[in-house]
Design a protein around this ligand. Sequence first.
Ligand code: FE2
Length: 406
Amino acid sequence: MIMELYDKLYKSAEFFDSNEETTVCFGIEAAPALSCELPALGDKNVLVCAGGDSSFYRSGAFELLNKCVGRSDANVPRFENIPPEPDTDCVRRIVAAMEMEKPDVVLAIGGGSVMDAAKAAYLSWQTGMDVKELFGISVAGKKFPGKKFRRVWCVPTTSGTGSEVTPYSNIIDTDNGVKCLIVEPEIIPEYAFVAPELTCRVPQKITVDTALDAMVHCIESLLNVKAGKEHPEAAAWAVLGISMIRDSLPLVLNGNAEHLLVRSALSAAACLGGMCIKVCPTSLPHLCSFSFCGKTTHGAAVAALLPHFWRYYLSDTEIAERTMMLAEIFPGKTPDEVVDSCEKFIRSVGIETAPGTLSGTDASFIDQLAENAKLNPVKLVTAPVPIDPESAGTVFHNVLDKVWTR
Ligand SMILES: [Fe+2]
């Protein structure tokens, strides 16, 4: 197993080298690369965006920053305590800090929430557009055609969203409590310094949730057959990422939570998941997961929803064929058996796959899922098996009624 993980990490490094737009400095390369890049900025202004105590200080990120800037007090302007699930008000506060510091470089150190908030704020500050105006697809790119903006540098301290390489930022609109998405090439990070040692002390529950999020990114991306035809290279990234999570997550639960090789595999898989969804986006499990915000974690929600929508997709022959690409990772002789095997794995790491039981809601909540999904009709009509928005309620009930609580 150990040698296999080394081989897989070696392979993932090749994939990182081929990644466009974001320079990925992974593993033992991460700290030296950051140590080279930061002092090379000279007297340029740097603003660090960070999370709370656990993600910034206890992870070791603060010490890493000290080392990289070559001083003991890490005397770099910082905006700290960015919360999980950042909202528009939080992003506006970061923009106000940017207005003070006028950063030439923004260094986002934290989990997906920190990176998402920093990405949104840096573009908001540079364009002068309020964060709400950035919601949607390439809004800033269309308003400023051809203009290039400075993009954040990321140091992830969890292994999940892959935000360090994606054009996505999820922000809650404070006016209505709805999670909204910015999809914008101009927020793809310029650098990702992925130092897996920073994730060694992430608590087990968060490790499981974030790893499953990354796994679902890889699987949903693989099942996105249409986009996969434009980006055939992404299938290998997805299979490798899924395989590393399948190998390493049980090791975390079996007393190897601080093993650097295990953490490296999870960090690499998360980054591969980000590369996957950049070119082959997620679909129904992620779309429906937004309605679970505040009821359970994002990773648990997407993992609970995945097997059921995956079985719905299997009516498509090409998706059934792609599913069999995972037959060695999730053993099965048929596509249905592969999905069963994946669901068994999700449950084996402690996540309930009955979405109603997980979220504490009864089956009437499925109507709410359908109503919320209709707010994003593009995701419905571009799903691997497309859904007419008007039929979303019927389809969702067909898919979820029997499995809602078991
Ligand atoms: Fe996700």
